[in-house]
Design a protein around this ligand. Sequence first.
Ligand SMILES: [Zn+2]
Length: 392
Amino acid sequence: MPSTDKCVGFLQELIQTRSMSGEEGEIASLVASQMSELGYDEVSSDDAGNVIGLVRGSGTAPTTMFNTHLDHVDAGDPADWPHDPFGGEVHDGVVWGRGAVDIKGPLAAQVFGIARLIESGDRPPGDVYVTGVVQEEVGGLGARHMAETLAPDLIMIGEPSRNEVRRGHRGRVELQAHVRGRMAHASMTSIGRNPLEVIGRFLSKLNEIELPDDPNLGRSTVAPTLIRTDQTSANVIPGEVVLTLDCRTVGGQNSRTLSDALGPLLSECEIEGTSSQICIPEEDKVSYAGLEMTYSAEHPALSLSADHVAVQTAVQALAGALGSEPPVGVWDFATDGGHFAEAGRTVVGFGPGDDRLAHTVSEHIHIQELEIGIRGNEALARNWATQFAAAN
Ligand SMILES: [Zn+2]
């Protein structure tokens, strides 16, 4: 049986291999060679540079995909960390470093969970894919491509969930409020038309906007996050200001409905001589493997009801391996699961690691938790597809 120690060693290597979005080439090779070594039937990569491991099933049960991503966010100043963010150090049964929970711990637990099944000599009831996609942290280029090229019946997203089951999350839309005014010398305020004044009025009214409260996913929110003007000089009234809004969406909302709601509020805040517009920014992305894509900063929401058969059968499959039924909840953050769900796939979540540590300077994972994650993934690979098919 591939030991927990071997999985920890792999996780340390993953943490030591930096993989910012767009720079996942090295880690993709590392994951692929580990899968080959563990006896996966096929290991390949697609046009985006996503890694795809396949273990063939013994029968015709639904095809399952275990999915995580290969990239991580910036570690910031290493001096702010208790341990080297790229050291993969182990202290008192805990692995430290950027990606320990988001996403290299869960990635290792998926790769090794399915390896336990291979090692036992058993086969999964249907085909099982284990995939690591690129650029999740910058809009999901890898998942957007995979959603069009692979069509498994069930998808298990491995984002950290404290080894609980996740049945969805709010979506994320980025919008920009553009306000144009009139540039002028800052000593001559009567000549200028300061767009910052409009932004100030808009910010003070933002909490008046009515946003839906979803029984499954919670409340939709809009948070102003970045502001930039067309000026670098402190003694000039700017001609243009752009305010970025991070919007968390629930069912029925998207970039269009949000800009329709926010546009009139922004117009109301204009002062004489200014004009305004809500824009949906588009980004051009290219993967390390050379695949180019242009998309708006939009992650769809993901939502299954608590009694959905895919959620319930995942809970049953995990209960045996974990000793009791894991709680079911929703994630605060968005995942690649939204892209897969939008393509018509059935998506549930399960992964080791405390999601509250993601993107922080104290990112770490307990080896004990990692081991539970491995066991859980093995159980899901063995039983989820059959139980899902039987209950459907
Ligand atoms: Zn993640």
